[in-house]
Write a protein that binds this ligand. Structure first.
Ligand SMILES: [Zn+2]
Length: 256
């Protein structure tokens, strides 16, 4: 954990120096408060001017930030809030998307997104994968929200707001209801799945953008960013053993 924080700091060196060490709380005054307020304004939690006076408005802005980042909502600026503000300053953008709509989708029935499930496709061909994930005949219709091709192209097949059919019979930490499909985003990665064929550098780069983006957008708990094999143990083995989870997790740790 400490090392991930350090890498997040490294990625946003100028931002880290612009945040005071703290602690600060209502009644604090001075240039440190001004720097904190400037960051809260930059992130859209506070409006007006950074006047260096930690009043009720600054406290409310901090509490809004703390609620969104699932921190204790005490309106005080301490080490945990500082660490989260540093991550919030790391820009997380959705990677470019190529739209390839699939009709294989259904309503999430009001279930919020709280999981991300990664797969390999076992074909090594994005062309075949796209055809499979958009195939509408028969009883074995499948889909995923995203497919990451070997060249790093990110295809979107199902909008995030809808459930895709990627997880099948599965459970999240033992919970079968709501179903994994209704609560998750599914990402297929084109690979032959033998455990011998490397996932490509371009795929990792795309995932290092896409997964943190989704994790922050939907506030997905890190323990719910999993492989198909984790939600369907004994039944599924994807992504294969040679998939470098550490790379993806480092990118998530730097952003959320
Ligand atoms: Zn799978």
């Amino acid at each position: 954990m400490a090392t991930s924080n350090a890498s997040a700091l490294g990625a946003s060196g100028s931002s880290s120096s612009s945040l005071p060490e703290g602690p600060l709380s209502e009644g604090s005054k001075g240039p440190d408060v001004q720097r904190l307020q400037a960051v809260l304004i930059q992130l859209g939690y506070l409006s007006g001017k950074a006047d260096g006076d930690f009043g009720p408005k600054t406290k409310q802005a901090l509490m809004r930030f703390q609620r969104e980042w699932r921190l204790t909502q005490d309106g005080e600026y301490g080490p945990r809030t500082r660490a989260a503000l540093l991550k919030a300053l790391v820009p997380v953008k959705k990677p470019p998307i190529v739209s390839k709509p699939s009709r294989n989708q259904e309503s999430r029935r009001g279930v919020p997104i709280d999981a991300i499930v990664l797969h390999h496709t076992a074909t090594n061909s994005a062309r075949i994968d796209l055809a499979t994930l958009r195939w509408v005949r028969g009883n074995n219709r499948v889909s995923a929200h995203y497919l990451v091709g070997p060249d790093g192209t990110v295809y979107q097949l199902v909008p995030d707001s809808m459930a895709a059919w990627h997880a099948g019979r599965s459970s999240l930490h033992g919970d079968t209801e709501p179903s994994v499909n209704t609560r998750s985003i599914g990402i297929e990665i084109t690979n032959d799945g033998t455990g011998q064929t490397p996932f490509t550098e371009a795929q990792y780069r795309a995932l290092e953008q896409l997964v943190p983006y989704l994790a922050r957008r939907y506030w997905v708990p890190k323990e719910n960013i999993l492989g198909h094999r984790d939600v369907a143990p004994g039944r599924k083995t994807d992504p294969a053993d040679n998939f470098d989870w550490a790379r993806v997790r480092r990118a998530v740790d730097a952003a959320v």
